[in-house]
Design a binder for this molecule. Structure first.
Ligand code: NAD
Length: 432
C-alpha cells in the first residue's frame, strides 16, 4: 500500500519505517526541514534502539521516502496517518490540537482521490468528528474517511512494540474501511496481534483510558512505597506479591520517581478536561495527577534529608536524566525539576546520560555533562541514579570513587541495600 505519515517524530518515524519494512511504500513528511535533511543523509533525529538499521534498509530500497512536501506525499498515498504532536495546551490542561487541525486542513487541500485519513496522534473524543468537518470544507465527504488508530508503542522498545503489539485498535464508523486497515496490519495480526475494531470515538477513548490507567498503577505503587518506607517493608516484595495476581499484573508496578515522558503527564490532564467538558468527574485520575505532582517534591525532600539539608557546594552526580532508559526524550522528565532545584541550592552537578548531553541544562551554571559514569561519580558526595539504563545496573562503586563518605540515592532500586551496606556505602533507595 502507499502510505503517508504526517509528522516524523517518535511515532511517525518508527511506524513509518516499520510499515515500509512490511513492504509498503511510505512517505514520511515533516515540516521541520532539519529533521528531513538529517534523515535523507542517513542520520537519526531521535535515539531509538534498532531504528537506524530499519530506516537505512528501507530508504536504500526506495520504500521509505522523506519529504517536507505534504501535498506531494498525500497525493501519492492511499492512507494518510496524522502523527503530529498533541502537547498540553499552554493556556490550560487540555490537549493542544492545533498541529492536528493544521495537518487536517493541509490534507484537505491536497486530496486528489479517495483517501483514508487515520489519526495516530493521541486525541480527545470527538477529534475525528472535527477533522472530518475541517476536511469537508474543501473536499466532498465521499472523497475521504476519517479513522482513529491510536498508537501504543513505548519509546525505547518502539520497534518491538510496533512489530509485536498486544493489540491494534481501529475506530471507524465504516466497516469496509476498518477491513482495509486490518489488511494493512495483516502481517502483525498473523504473528499474534489482536485486531480490535470499534467506533471512532471508542478508539479515541481507549488510548486515553489506557494511559490514565497505567499512570494510576505507577502512582499507586509509589504511594505504597511511601508507606513501606515508614513501616520497614520492602516495596519490591509488595510489587512481586501483588503482580503475581493475574488480575493485577506485574508491569508498571515498580516504585520510582514521578511518572514523566511525553504521554502520561499530558494525557492524564487532557482526559480530565474531556471529563469536565462532558460533566463527568474523573476523580481517580485527578488524584493520580495530584499524587504525581506531590511525588516530585517528596523525592527532593528526601535528597535534602540525605544531605542533612546541606546542599550548598555538595558535588552531586546524576546518572540518567531521560524519563526512561533507551530514549533521548526529556519531555516531562523529573530530572528537569530535580537538577535546577539542586543547582539553585548551590550544588555542583555532574550528570551523565547514555543518550548524550542535554540542551535543557546548557545554561545552568555549575551543571556539567560527564562523558561516563566514572567521570560523573569520582568526586561526588552524592550519586543519584535517576534513570535505569542498563549500564547503571552493574557499577563497581568502590572502583569509581575513593570517597569513603559517598552517598548513593538509587531511585530505581537497582542494587541490593544489604550488599551496598556491606560495601560500606550510605545507600538509600525507594520504599525499602
Ligand atoms: N512518543 C510516544 O511514545 C508516543 C506513544 C504513543 C502515542 N504518542 C502520540 O503520538 C503523537 C506524536 O507523538 P511524538 O512523540 O511522535 O511527537 P514528536 O513531537 O516527536 O513528533 C511530531 C512531529 O510532527 C511534526 N509536525 C507537526 N505539525 C506538522 C505538519 N503540519 N506537517 C508535518 N509535520 C508536522 C513536528 O515537526 C514533529 O517532528 C502524540 O499525539 C503523542 O501523544 C506518542
Amino acid at each position: 500500500m502507499k502510505i503517508c505519515m504526517i509528522g516524523t517524530g517518535y511515532v511517525g518515524l518508527v511506524s513509518g519505517a516499520c510499515f515500509a519494512d512490511l513492504g509498503n511504500i511510505v512517505y514520511c513528511v515533516d515540516k521541520n526541514k532539519d529533521k528531513i535533511d538529517m534523515l535523507t543523509n542517513g542520520k537519526m533525529p531521535i535515539y531509538e534502539p534498532g531504528l537506524n538499521e530499519i530506516v537505512k534498509k528501507n530508504f536504500l530500497s526506495d520504500r521509505l521516502k522523506f519529504t517536507t512536501d505534504l501535498s506531494y506525499a498525500v497525493r501519492n498515498s492511499d492512507i494518510v496517518f496524522i502523527c503530529v504532536g498533541t502537547p498540553s495546551s499552554k493556556k490550560n490542561k487540555s490537549a493542544d490540537l492545533s498541529y492536528v487541525f493544521k495537518a487536517a486542513s493541509e490534507i484537505g487541500k491536497s486530496i486528489n482521490k479517495f483517501k483514508i485519513i487515520v489519526t495516530k496522534s493521541t486525541v480527545p473524543i470527538c477529534t475525528g468528528d472535527k477533522i472530518e468537518k475541517i476536511i469537508s470544507k474543501t473536499k466532498k465527504k465521499k472523497l475521504f474517511e476519517v479513522v482513529s488508530n491510536p498508537e501504543f508503542l513505548r519509546e525505547g522498545d518502539a520497534i518491538r512494540d510496533f512489530r509485536f503489539p498486544d493489540r491494534i485498535v481501529v475506530g471507524s464508523n465504516n466497516k469496509k474501511i476498518s477491513k482495509k486497515l486490518e489488511s494493512l496490519y495483516e502481517p502483525l495480526i498473523k504473528k499474534g496481534a489482536v485486531f480490535f475494531s470499534t467506533n471512532r470515538r471508542g478508539a479515541e477513548l481507549i488510548k486515553y483510558a489506557s494511559n490514565a490507567f497505567l499512570a494510576t498503577k505507577i502512582s499507586f505503587i509509589n504511594e505504597i512505597a511511601n508507606l513501606c518506607e515508614k513501616t520497614n517493608v520492602n516495596v519490591e516484595d509488595v510489587s512481586l506479591g501483588m503482580g503475581l495476581d493475574k488480575r493485577i499484573g506485574a508491569r508498571f508496578l515498580r516504585a520510582g520517581p514521578a511518572y514523566g515522558g511525553s504521554c502520561f503527564p499530558k494525557d492524564t490532564k487532557a482526559i480530565t478536561v474531556t471529563g469536565d467538558l462532558f460533566k463527568t468527574d474523573l476523580s481517580i485520575i485527578k488524584s493520580v495527577i495530584q499524587s504525581n505532582t506531590k511525588r516530585k517534591t517528596l523525592l527532593i525532600q528526601r535528597i535534602k534529608k540525605i544531605l542533612s539539608n546541606r546542599i550548598k557546594n555538595k558535588k552531586i552526580a546524576v546518572l540518567g536524566v531521560t524519563f526512561k532508559p533507551n530514549t533521548d526524550d526529556m519531555r516531562q522528565s523529573s530530572s528537569l525539576l530535580l537538577i535546577p532545584f539542586l543547582q539553585k541550592k548551590g550544588a555542583k552537578i555532574n550528570y551523565y546520560d547514555p543518550s548524550g548531553k542535554k540542551e535543557e541544562f546548557k545554561n545552568l551554571k555549575s551543571v556539567f555533562y560527564s562523558k561516563n559514569v566514572k567521570e560523573a561519580c569520582s568526586k561526588a558526595d552524592l550519586v543519584i541514579i535517576h534513570t535505569e539504563w542498563d549500564e547503571f545496573k552493574t557499577i563497581d562503586f568502590k572502583k569509581i570513587s575513593k570517597r569513603k563518605k559517598m552517598k548513593i540515592y538509587d531511585m530505581r532500586n537497582l542494587y541490593s541495600p544489604s550488599k551496598m551496606k556491606k560495601l560500606g556505602f550510605s545507600y538509600y533507595s525507594i520504599g525499602r
